[in-house]
Design a binder for this molecule. Structure first.
Ligand SMILES: Cc1cc2nc3c(=O)[nH]c(=O)nc-3n(C[C@H](O)[C@H](O)[C@H](O)COP(=O)(O)O)c2cc1C
Length: 176
């Protein structure tokens, strides 16, 4: 059961998806948010926001294994952050926390956003998957009930929560 969840937003397109997922985390889960420096730049292009948190705080509690976070979601996950995590680079709070999740054998879900994927990105994803990381790119579903962007985002967030065992009713399940 997930009690402590870290959500990180990196500089891939889809800042709003990360923020919506953050807001949708059930209130019984203790949640922590990291936003990369480059995510702030993307955010400026995509929407106006009042307050963002730093990922330069390498000494934040989530950067330590003793913090005992149960899971981490990085959404969107840039190819840059994906590559760093795949080779063990831990140069900011996002990559450090991801490396902690790996060493502590905790759940790590990445939502890589790029189109198309380079062979390097695909190789990095395979290597991460072989190390137990859940690779869940934000691939939209064209079900007739998912007409609006909001419905599609709820579907994606609901599927990501499902993968971590976080109860939700964010989307209509197949056959319901
Ligand atoms: C407007 C904008 C959109 C971007 N979209 C993506 C993207 O969808 N996927 C990606 O991998 N990088 C994207 N980038 C490039 C990353 O932001 C860049 O590689 C950055 O170094 C990532 O840093 P971070 O991983 O520390 O957040 C985008 C950059 C800008 C300015």
């Amino acid at each position: 059961m997930i009690k402590k969840l870290v959500v990180a937003i990196t500089g891939g397109s889809g800042f709003s998806l990360g923020m919506k997922l953050w807001e949708a985390v059930p209130s019984n889960i203790e949640k922590y948010l990291i936003i990369s420096e480059h995510a702030k730049i993307v955010a400026k292009h995509e929407e106006k926001i009042d307050r963002i948190f730093e990922d330069s705080q390498i000494d934040a509690p989530v950067a330590s294994g003793s913090f005992r976070a149960d899971a981490m979601i990085i959404v969107p996950c840039s190819m840059n952050t994906l590559a760093k995590i795949s080779v063990g680079i831990a140069d900011n709070l996002t990559t450090r926390t991801a490396s902690v999740m790996l060493k502590e054998r905790k759940k790590l879900l990445l939502a890589p956003r790029e189109m198309p994927f380079s062979q390097i990105a695909l190789q990095n994803m395979l290597s991460l998957s072989q190390n137990g990381v859940i690779i869940a790119p934000p691939v939209i579903a064209y079900y007739s009930e998912n007409q609006k962007l909001e419905d599609m985002e709820n579907f994606l967030i609901g599927r990501m929560f499902d993968l971590l065992g976080i109860d939700n009713n964010l989307y209509k399940r197949w056959g319901e």
